[in-house]
Ligand binder design. Structure first.
Ligand SMILES: NC(=O)c1ccc[n+]([C@@H]2O[C@H](COP(=O)([O-])OP(=O)(O)OC[C@H]3O[C@@H](n4cnc5c(N)ncnc54)[C@H](O)[C@@H]3O)[C@@H](O)[C@H]2O)c1
Length: 322
């Protein structure tokens, strides 16, 4: 039994050294579960940052870290006896998904997912595979707040690969009874956020007095979701999500990039903003209807946008002081 009296689950987290995977891992360990974390430390951003992300968890005797790629590892042996699998590994990032890097996206997002699903078929112990899908599957959604039954129309190659992997999840659930649940995350932020993401870039630049790079007119809006709410949604989906289910996971705070910049100006001081053209693949607005996640798995976001940004500022301040 875990400290809370729940059954101890044997968990596998892919992408365990990343922003979300490492935060999820720490929560699972705190809840008393055992975790096997898998990550191959892709060089999309500084590998030392990823090593730092797993440092705390690695001290825990309930944690085993496997350095390797889902494209090469013997996944069947790693899944042996697993109850919950949280598939967070991917090549993230919309803008880099055009052009010559596309194969990195098809390999790490589609092929890696297919290998994980094939390996899962042999393991009856698995109660749930939770997949980190993305709001990018919707592209420029015609209706907002966007419901899960809207036909997805990605506007980036990244979104296409995330959608393909999500379809694989649903397909293995219907054809082979693999118990999958897909969560469409809407822009995630908070401590450990990836350095290529807007809030991280903005806050870092603001704290260092550097120029802030802004793509587009700043009137694009996002449904921002605090990382702890994403973690909670993963656990709820693992506990309660029916096989083949798909849920939006948004934070309920929809703000424009200009509003975020004004907030940062108030919190940190004068900003030096340099504006550039909108980048190909960026959706104009995103907004999640989370009724299905609330009704079926009890998801309810807890951290508001500005509380969450303050926590991310505090985290980056500490990191920059080191
Ligand atoms: N951050 C967001 O706002 C957001 C939004 C929607 C969806 N997502 C999804 O959430 C997941 C986690 O995103 P993140 O922001 O934490 O990204 P991240 O880049 O910080 O973490 C992903 C991790 O996966 C690892 N990885 C990639 N390919 C791998 C492979 N073949 N084998 C083993 N490890 C591999 C990387 O090394 C990295 O550490 C991704 O699937 C991403 O598509 C994120």
């Amino acid at each position: 039994m875990s400290p809370g009296g729940e059954q101890v689950m044997k968990c596998v987290v892919t992408g365990a050294a990343g922003f979300i995977g490492s935060t999820l891992t720490e929560r699972l360990l705190a809840d008393g579960h055992t975790v096997i974390g898998i990550d191959c430390f892709t060089d999309y951003y500084d590998i030392e940052v990823k090593r730092g992300n797993i440092a705390e968890a690695s001290k825990n005797s309930d944690y085993t870290f496997i350095e390797g790629s889902l494209l090469e590892l013997d996944l069947s042996s790693l899944l042996s006896g697993a109850h919950w699998v949280f598939h967070q590994a991917a090549q993230a990032g919309v803008r880099a998904s055009w052009g010559e890097y596309f194969q990195t996206y098809t390999d790490n997002n589609i092929l890696a997912t297919q290998r994980l699903l094939e390996a899962s078929r042999a393991h009856d112990s698995i109660e749930k595979i939770v997949y980190a899908s993305s709001s990018s599957v919707y592209g420029n959604a015609e209706t907002r707040p966007t419901r899960e039954d809207l036909v997805p129309q990605p506007v980036s190659p990244y979104g296409v690969t995330k959608l393909a992997a999500e379809h694989l999840m649903s397909l293995y659930a219907s054809e082979f009874q693999v118990p999958t649940s897909s969560l469409r995350y809407f822009t995630v932020f908070g401590p450990r956020q990836r350095p290529d993401m807007a809030f991280h870039r903005f806050i870092r630049a603001a704290l260092s007095g550097d120029e802030i790079t802004l793509y587009g007119d700043g009137e694009q809006s996002r449904d921002f979701t605090y990382v702890d709410d994403i973690v909670q949604a993963n656990i709820l989906a693992a506990e309660r999500g029916p096989a083949g289910s798909v849920y939006n996971v948004g934070g309920g705070s929809i703000v424009t990039v200009n509003e975020v910049l004004s907030f940062l100006q108030n919190e940190i001081g004068e900003l030096n903003i340099k504006r550039y053209d909108r980048q190909a693949g960026d959706a104009r607005h995103t907004s999640a209807c989370t009724d299905r996640a609330r009704d079926e798995i009890g998801y309810c976001p807890q951290v508001s946008i500005y509380d969450g940004i303050r926590r991310e500022i505090a985290w980056l301040r500490t990191r920059l002081e080191k």
